[in-house]
Design a protein around this ligand. Sequence first.
Ligand code: 5GP
Ligand code: ZN
Length: 113
Amino acid sequence: MTDCLFCNIIKGKIPSNLIYEDERVIAFEDINPQAPVHFLVIPKEHIESAAYIDENNKNLMGHILFVVSKIAKSRGLEEGYRIVNNCGINGGQTVEHIHFHVLGERKMLWPPG
Ligand code: 5GP
Ligand code: ZN
């Protein structure tokens, strides 16, 4: 997936403010933050969206949530945060490499628009 923006961030071809990396995932600051804390957690494996979660990568999704929780603790988000996954056109997904937004340090509204 040479033309995938997030694959290029993983490869270091496009710069990002990296905040976490292990053998399976990276996390970096969103370029257009929607909250005082807004970072993205993504798998290194190119998976298009949540619609492509299958038997082979479902454990990776659990690992991503574990990483979210770990980073949130280290960033001091004791008062809570929101995890968002936009899937497909109706979900508002703009980058076709699965990613989990983590937003914190502001009160979120529910339901979303
Ligand atoms: P989506 O709309 O697909 O759920 O979210 C894509 C997110 O990627 C958006 O919040 C957008 O601000 C972020 N984004 C788009 N391009 C870049 C980039 O080049 N670098 C970083 N760090 N974030 C990006
Ligand atoms: Zn990709």
